[in-house]
Design a protein around this ligand. Sequence first.
Ligand SMILES: [Ca+2]
Ligand SMILES: [Ca+2]
Ligand SMILES: [Ca+2]
Ligand SMILES: [Ca+2]
Length: 436
Amino acid sequence: MAGELTAEISKIPLEISFAQGNGGSIIATDVDNNGSYDLIVTERGYIGAYATNGKLLWSRRLDIRLSEHAEIHGLPGLHGPGVQAGDINGDGKIEVLFLDQESRVRVLRGDTGQDLWSIKLEPPSGAKQWEHLVIANFRGKGDRDLLLQATNKMGYRMGRYIGAYSLESLQAGKRVPLWQRDDFGACAHSGARVADLDGDGRDEVLGATILSPEGNILVKVDIQGHLDSLTVADVRSDFPGLEVVMLEEGILNRIFLVGHGGVIWNTAHKKRLEPQNSVVGHFTNERTNMQIWCRSRQNTYQTPFVFNGYGHLFAEYIMNDVIPPDWSTTGIEEISPIHWTGKKHHLACAKERHKADDVTIFDPISGRFMLRIHEKASRLYVADILGDWREEIIVANENQLHIYSNPQINPRPGQPPLWSQPHYRRSKMTWNYYNP
Ligand SMILES: [Ca+2]
Ligand SMILES: [Ca+2]
Ligand SMILES: [Ca+2]
Ligand SMILES: [Ca+2]
C-alpha cells in the first residue's frame, strides 16, 4: 500500500474463484438478521453468503441468471450481481431472490439459503427470457414488489421490456403483473434501477424514461444514441427530492440532470468528449450541490472532467499526469464515490482498467491518488459493511474477498448509517461495472 491514506485488510476465503470477464459479483445485506452486514457472492452456477469475519454461512449451486455484456448477452450485464435481498414479507427476516435461466423467480431464506418458493413466468414475446430483477416498493407497502426486465432477443440488446409484480401475488401463484411496458428507455449496458425520487414512499423506475410507481411515463429524455450510465443522488438540494444523472453516448455526448419533474439541465464537454462513467458526490466543502465527475471515453490518456450541480465545468485534467508511473495508461474502471475518511466530502474509489489489478482512492477534483492498494481486483464494491457509517472497499481477488477498512479514528462518529437512505440501499443492490 502507498499514499497519504492507510487501509487495513481482512480476508474471506471463497468456494469459487472470480475472473475479470465473467458475470456475477457481490452485494451486502444482513442475510442472517443478526445485526451485522454479510456479503452475497454470485458467480456462474453459484450463490454464497459469507459473514465479514470470513465464515461461510451457506452456499447453493444453482442456475442463477448472470451475464457478461448486456448488449450482446442480455442482462444483468457485466458484474451485475443478479441477486436481490430484502424482507419481502414483513416477518423481519431477509429473503434472497434471483432469476434462473428459465424466467423462474426463486426465493431463498436469507439465513439458511433454503428454498422458500418459486414461480416460472412467461417472458415478453420479443424477449428470450426475464433477465434482471429488482426489489421495489410500488404500492407503498415496503419491499413487497418486484421489477423484472428483459432485452430484445435479436440485434443490439436493450432492456425495453419491463413488468411490475406484487411479490405476495407471485407467491400465491398469480402471474398477472401490476403493469408492464415494452418501450422502456433502458441504459445500454445495465439493468434498470429504482429509487423514490419525490419522497412519497414509492419507487420510480429509472432510465431514459422515468416511470411512476404505476408504470406511467413521468419524464422522457430525448437521448440521441444511448445511455452509458445512470446514477441517483441528491445532486441539488434546492430541488426537492433526488436527481438522476444520465450519461449519453452518441453525437452529442451530453450529461443530463433529471428530477421527478423533468430535465433540470443538460450539458456537454466543449470537445464533445464522451462522459462514459460518472462519479457523483460532494467532492468539495460546498454543501448545496454535488459534483459530477466523468471519466471520458478515450482508451488511454483519459481526460476526466467535472461539472458542478449547475452544469458548469468545474475541473479537468489528464489522467496520465496524476496516476503513478507504473499504473496502466488505460486508466481506471468500476469507479464509485466513497465515504472513506469520515469527513463530510466523498473521495472516489476505482480499480485498474481492463485487468484484475490494483485499487486506488483518489480525489476526483484533482485526480490525486491518495491510496494505492496492490491487488488482483476483478470486482470492486464499496459499501458500509462494518457499521461505523464510513464505507469499506470489498475486492474480489480470485478465490478470496478482501475487505479494506480505514484504521484511522473516525472524525465524525454517530452519523446516520448510509443504509438509512433508501436510494443507497437500492443502488448498492443494482450496481454493475458501468454504474457502481
Ligand atoms: Ca449478518
Ligand atoms: Ca422476510
Ligand atoms: Ca416516488
Ligand atoms: Ca434534490
